[in-house]
Design a protein. Structure first.
Length: 660
């Protein structure tokens, strides 16, 4: 089969696999795995697992590590340090320790497996990994990223991603001969430390300077080319130093994560990352030799059951010991019991270093693939399973609904606020000024606890669940405001409101106007696009600072708001937006003190005495620093004063200040 035919086969099979997974509401990575199994040389044999395809799949791992490095940032780690460096660290270390002992014991009973201690170390690293791609996607779809078990799951996955870096250095060293192993390991560690020190100490400044230089050219193609050059160049550099491609890509992501270009890079790299990572999963599926798997089915089942039970039990116990409830701990264990994509990376690296043969590789690979295929079903039925096994979880959920009901029981004709972030809190403050009762639901336990301590009316609850809305007084409320920007969750809330309280007006916040029609069709009374409102506020401030009378600013902005929302609803707007000048209206004016100005060196108090009908509301130094216009402040040449007053006094003030 030629290169073109092989490429078309991969594309066709991948498209069909992803479409099938989308239809079944499963993560697309599972589709890539199944496609690789079916078209591989050990099943339908439609494609051979050629070296060229494997090399292309390695780029999928490179971009995966790049994205992981891009998401690595110190503020995020500090915010989640208890889950990352507490729960995550313990999970990886204990899983590796238990797996190492189990592998060595298994090697004694089954000498044919050739289970030497370097092989046991490599397998312990493989066992410690769970699937970030599958679990993260499922949790995002289920709106569980901010839940109690969701935060713990993300913390463990984040530490697993970080733990891959030293394992990528360790496993190649384990493949050396016994007399050279210590030397190889020490040399690899020295190389890694020196290279990382050089890159991280001076690399951030160089990276920021270079990307800024490229961005100033204002060419998307050039920026993208440089992004690929940096990623693959650093990957090549680490490989040249005797380390792995993936380590260099991780470092590249870390360097860019500390620059202001992080979010643009995430958007640009996503298509490459998803497609090449999908190809990596296809090649993993093609590695499976079902003849060996079938002949060693007992060993496959042992690996599968042992790995699932080990990770489920260990993660559940650790999560429980670190303060979580039994239900949260069990959910965390169920979500992370499967194998992961980094486990495949480490497994193929161990095979490359000849740490294991096909007789051991295929049963382990098969058990990991089966565990990942089972993950969506385990997660979908996790709530039912936890409710059956943990009676206290049912009681805790009932208590949660009771707490919500207790908070809202004495309120009626109130506003239900879904999401208590900055937007929700600002809305609550405005409602308080008007003595309008309100009740907020939020899934961040720390935020809820702090808000309750401050006396705010907020409860821990998921607004996408009918029980939480009913407990919050859905049928007694006068309005609902959905403040978070996640459109799927907003649609779920709207579906519940339309079914159980269709008369309730609902206001929805969105990032832009793209989902406006979908939200209105789902029952939203009004949709407020954040980007449009932000632009209107920018315009109002700009007009005010340019001296347009405030009454006219308000009228212009209101007309534009009416026109914009009417236009978005599909109507034409025909009202006249011209406004009459009103001389009695105060306006703002900005005046910069010129060189040789008579007021340079004098105080603000002296200037205010000369300008009785004008107020100085702001002062900006020539270096751009804003200063409070206190009476004792000494004026300097180049200072910009923002004055407030009526038209005639402002004109006189301008002539007086500009006098040299």
């Amino acid at each position: 089969m030629g290169a073109l035919e092989l490429t078309l086969l991969y594309l066709l099979a991948s498209v069909l696999g992803v479409v099938a997974c989308r239809f079944l509401k499963l993560p697309p990575m599972l589709g890539y795995l199944v496609v690789g199994i079916l078209i591989g040389p050990n099943a339908l044999a439609l494609a051979q697992n050629s070296e060229g395809v494997r090399h292309l799949a390695e780029f999928g791992v490179v971009f995966l590590m790049f994205v992981i490095g891009l998401e690595f940032n110190l503020p995020k780690l500090r915010a989640m340090r208890r889950h990352v460096f507490g729960l995550g660290l313990l999970q990886v270390l204990l899983t590796m320790a238990i797996t190492f002992v189990a592998c060595m014991s298994l090697g004694l009973y089954l000498p044919a497996l050739n289970m030497a201690w370097p092989t046991a170390v490599a397998l312990s690293g493989v066992m410690a990994m769970s699937s970030t791609a599958i679990v993260g996607k499922l949790m995002a779809d289920r709106l569980e990223l901010d839940s109690e078990h969701g935060q713990r799951v993300i913390g463990i996955l984040l530490f697993q991603d970080l733990a891959v870096v030293p394992l990528l250095v360790l496993i190649p060293a384990l493949g050396s001969t016994p007399d050279q192993m210590l030397t190889s390991l020490g040399l690899a560690l020295i190389k890694a430390v020196v290279l990382l020190a050089l890159l991280l100490l001076g690399g951030q400044r160089v990276m920021r300077w270079w990307l800024t230089l490229v961005a100033r050219r204002k060419t998307n193609e050039l920026f993208m080319l440089n992004l690929l050059l940096v990623t693959l160049g650093l990957a090549w550099l680490t490989e040249l130093a005797g380390l792995s491609l993936a380590l260099g890509a991780f470092v590249a992501g870390m360097l860019i994560s500390e620059t202001e270009f992080k979010h643009q890079v995430e958007t640009d790299i996503r298509p490459f990352h998803d497609i090449l990572l999908g190809l990596f999963f296809v090649t993993i599926g093609m590695l499976l030799d079902w003849h060996i798997v079938w002949s060693q089915l007992g060993l496959v089942l042992i690996f599968l059951i042992a790995s699932l039970l080990l990770k489920l039990g260990l993660i559940t116990v650790l999560t429980r010991l670190l303060g979580a409830s039994t239900g949260v701990a069990l959910r965390t264990g169920l979500y992370l019991a499967q194998g992961g994509e980094f486990g495949f990376v480490l497994l193929t690296l161990a095979q490359t270093e000849r740490l294991m043969g096909a007789s051991l590789l295929n049963p382990i690979l098969a058990s990991m693939v089966i565990s990942m295929l089972a993950t969506p079903f385990i997660i979908n039925y996790s709530n039912t399973l936890v409710m059956k096994l943990v009676s206290s979880d049912w009681l805790q959920q009932s208590l949660q609904m009771t707490n919500i009901a207790r908070t809202s029981i004495n309120t009626s004709q109130h506003v239900i606020i879904c999401g208590y972030g900055r937007c929700g809190q600002n809305l609550a403050r405005i409602l308080d000024t008007q003595k309008i009762p309100h009740m907020a639901l939020d899934l961040d336990p720390d935020r809820v606890r702090q808000a309750n301590a401050a006396g705010h009316s907020v409860a821990f609850g998921d607004a996408t669940r009918l029980q939480a809305l009913l407990a919050a007084g859905l049928h007694r409320a006068s309005a609902m405001v959905i403040t978070y920007l996640d459109v799927p969750s907003s649609l779920k809330v709207l579906a519940l409101v339309r079914e159980h309280a269709p008369q309730l007006p609902v206001i929805v916040r969105t990032q832009d106007d793209a989902p406006l029609e979908r939200l209105q069709a789902a029952g939203a009374t009004e949709v407020v696009p954040e980007a449009i409102e932000g632009s209107l506020m920018l315009a109002s401030h700009a007009l005010a600072l340019l001296g347009v009378p405030m009454r006219r600013v308000i009228r212009i902005v209101q007309d534009q708001r009416d026109a914009r929302y009417n236009l978005l609803r599909g109507y034409f707007h025909g009202s006249d937006d011209a406004a009459l000048e009103e001389g009695a209206q105060e306006r703002l004016s900005s005046i910069t003190l010129p060189a040789g100005c008579v007021w340079a060196g004098q105080t603000v108090a002296a200037l205010m005495l000369a300008l009785p009908a004008v107020r100085i509301i702001n002062l900006r130094r020539h270096n751009g620093k804003n200063m409070a216009a206190t009476e004792a402040l000494v004026l300097e040449e180049g200072d910009t004063l923002v004055l407030s007053g009526q038209a005639e006094p402002l004109a006189l003030a301008e002539a007086l200040i500009l006098k040299t």
